[in-house]
Design a protein around this ligand. Structure first.
Ligand code: SF4
Ligand code: SF4
Length: 435
């Protein structure tokens, strides 16, 4: 499993602040350096935000190297197009990219988001009330969070692939070209989408780089991507997917009946909502759109621009929610082709078992509970684990000692001191005689 984040060990001071923000307890600080458990990481990027020493970074490809090639083909996340002042016009952005020797597949991206919204709308219409609400598959971080922390909800995912993957597939079908495609991503989760995608064996893209590196490079290269331009017409529906609620509006616009949707952004809201769904409290809701980042993908840790400014920019975009006849015809055609479907259903991811053998795993679980019962339950993080429970788990896995806990260590030192005092009081009388 490849994650969308990497650790720069030389920059890590072992302060352990990052381990407290990880929603899946995927981090440890051992021997003074942070380490990540890839099977548990959901690529939310919270640890990147927290680390002031830049010891945790997006695990992206080398943009300078990619951009120096003769032709670089890019598929850009919608958040990319609203990073610079005045720009909400992908066509203008595309022509600026051309000046920098880059080719993008924006028209297919726009079509792919329409096809995806349409496919979701059809799936909602087909499901009976007992199969609703369905959950969006747009945010890869939310997919992984559900697979790990809410496994009983995986059956609620819509069966649609990421529209970014679909965009590249559409482009390949239309043009017959097989060039390598680089994804310009707003977050580690979408980098991981390229490296180890869910619901398909291989991504249709080869490389992934963060939005901030590309935009910085364009600006430094003198490409005029920062000049205000007139708002352009055309289909800008897909740009709204970068903001909380944009996807739900797009789906609702393509549904034959009115639907009830809930859109949340940020990990805390996402986890609260999923908990309510688990408890069966969301009756009457048709569709749930969750984004791991605050405000949506414009809040992703790989963006350059302030999320508040991009929000403002998106607020002023004129979006036409109904399709032209020509767009409708193209969307229906590609919908019928099934190009938007996940090739395999999304499955729950088992947290690492305590032992492969069930009987042995039960024994270890008892041991773990016993160790946990004797820990102080204050989750101080001094042991390098995010919680006392995580330390107990590490101990039964053979990855630590109960005395990694400073309170247990202090108890042990007192015990040893008592034993030493007792032993010294038992020393032979000959050694105790007065001089
Ligand atoms: S990216 Fe998120 S899940 Fe992964 S280690 Fe960092 S905080 Fe934890
Ligand atoms: S909300 Fe968007 S930017 Fe944030 S992790 Fe999910 S896909 Fe990435």
């Amino acid at each position: 499993m490849t994650t969308g984040i990497k650790v720069q060990l030389s920059a890590c001071r072992g302060c352990a602040r990052c381990i407290k923000v990880c929603p899946t307890e995927a981090m440890r600080v051992l021997d003074g350096k942070v380490m990540i458990i890839p099977e548990l990481c959901v690529d939310c990027g919270e640890c990147i935000r927290k680390c002031e020493d830049r010891a945790i970074l997006i695990n992206e490809d080398n943009w300078r190297l990619l951009a120096s090639q003769d032709s670089t083909l890019i598929a850009a996340d919608p958040a990319f197009y609203v990073q610079t002042r005045g720009y909400n016009c992908p066509e203008v952005f595309s022509s600026r990219l051309k000046e920098a020797g880059l080719e993008d597949i924006t028209p297919w991206t726009s079509l792919a988001f329409d096809v995806t919204a349409y496919a979701i709308a059809k799936e909602i219409e087909k499901r009976g009330p007992e199969g609703l609400p369905l959950i969006s598959t747009y945010c890869p971080s939310v997919i992984r969070l559900i697979q790990i922390n809410y496994p009983e909800l995986v059956g609620r995912f819509v069966s649609v692939d990421s529209p970014l993957e679909t965009a590249v597939s559409l482009w390949r079908e239309d043009t017959g070209r097989g060039d390598d495609v680089t994804l310009i991503a707003p977050c580690p989760a979408k980098v991981a989408l390229v490296r180890s995608p869910e619901g398909r064996s291989k991504s249709s893209m080869k490389y992934a780089v963060s939005i901030q590196n590309v935009v910085r490079d364009l600006l430094a290269g003198g490409v005029e991507v920062d000049q205000p331009v007139e708002p352009c017409g055309g289909d800008l529906r897909y740009l709204l997917w970068s903001l909380r609620g944009g996807e739900a509006k797009h789906v609702a616009a393509f549904c034959d009946r009115p639907i009830r949707t809930i859109s949340v952004a940020g990990l805390r809201n996402t986890m609260d909502l999923l908990r309510e769904l688990e408890l069966g409290r969301l009756e009457g809701v048709d569709y749930i759109e969750c984004r791991a980042c605050d405000l949506g993908c414009i809040g992703g840790v790989g963006n350059l621009e302030s999320r508040f400014l991009t929000h403002l920019r998106l607020d002023h975009i004129d979006v036409e929610w109904s399709m032209t006849d020509q767009e409708s015809e193209a969307v229906s055609r590609w919908y019928e082709s099934g190009i938007w479907k996940l090739s395999a259903p999304l499955k729950a991811r088992q947290r690492l078992p305590l032992d492969q053998d069930l009987g042995q795993a039960m024994v270890r679980l008892r041991e773990m509970n016993q160790i946990y019962a004797e820990l102080p339950h204050i989750d101080c993080g001094s042991c390098g684990r995010p919680s006392c429970k995580a330390l107990a788990e590490d101990v039964v896995r053979g990855n630590g000692e109960a005395t990694d806990c400073i309170f247990k260590l202090r108890e042990r030192i007192y015990e040893l001191a008592r034993e030493v005092a007792e032993l010294s009081s038992r020393s032979p009388h000959a050694f105790n005689r007065k001089r």
